[in-house]
Design a protein around this ligand. Structure first.
Ligand SMILES: [Zn+2]
Length: 181
């Protein structure tokens, strides 16, 4: 199956969350897919971020993560996901925050200016401000992290046109099935 970085895959609203969301269905290890496991997809992500990320005005098109930095970049991605997911769930986050700050520090130390790894680190640090952090949600369908920028803070889907509709369709389907004898 061919894969491309579509606008939907940048529904996080912040580069750091889009990076975290490169793992599909994290909550389901049997079906989970790491889009960065494929080097070509990791490289293509930087260019797509320049086109689709909500924060693209801040960084333009970041340069791809050079091979020697890729393992640390993926480690930072995991630290981003762990910390913000735990924060949304109101869990204990001190150690996760420490790991995130350490991972971001590594990237800022070794990453080139304007590269995907340094821009992602900056994005994660911006999200730590209380106004941003309190708007982060976990999508009720796919489990992605996203920023709820709606006026009444009522978004439950990362992307209404994808996840919202899928859930509606599933409800419709189950509703019909329930009525069968
Ligand atoms: Zn979703």
């Amino acid at each position: 199956m061919t894969f491309s970085w579509t606008p939907h895959r940048f529904a996080g609203g912040a580069l750091a969350l889009d990076v975290a969301n490169s793992v599909i269905l994290r909550f389901d290890p049997a079906r989970s897919v790491d889009r960065f496991a494929e080097p070509a997809q990791l490289n293509a992500f930087a260019k797509a971020a320049g086109e689709f990320s909500a924060e693209r005005a801040l960084f333009g098109t970041p340069s791809a993560v050079p091979k020697p930095n890729q393992a640390s970049f993926v480690a930072m991605r995991e630290a981003i996901d762990r910390y913000f997911r735990a924060f949304v769930k109101n869990e204990e986050t001190s150690l996760f925050l420490a790991s995130l700050l350490e991972a971001a520090a590594v990237m800022l130390r070794i990453g080139a200016r304007g590269s995907l790894e340094t821009e992602t680190a900056h994005s994660a640090l911006r999200l730590l401000s209380d106004t941003e952090r309190k708007r982060i949600r976990i999508c009720g369908n796919c489990g992605w992290l996203f920023i709820d920028r709606s006026k009444n803070r009522s978004r439950i889907w990362c992307d209404m046109t994808v996840c919202g509709n899928r859930v509606k369709a599933a409800r419709h389907y189950h509703g019909r099935k329930d009525r069968l004898p």
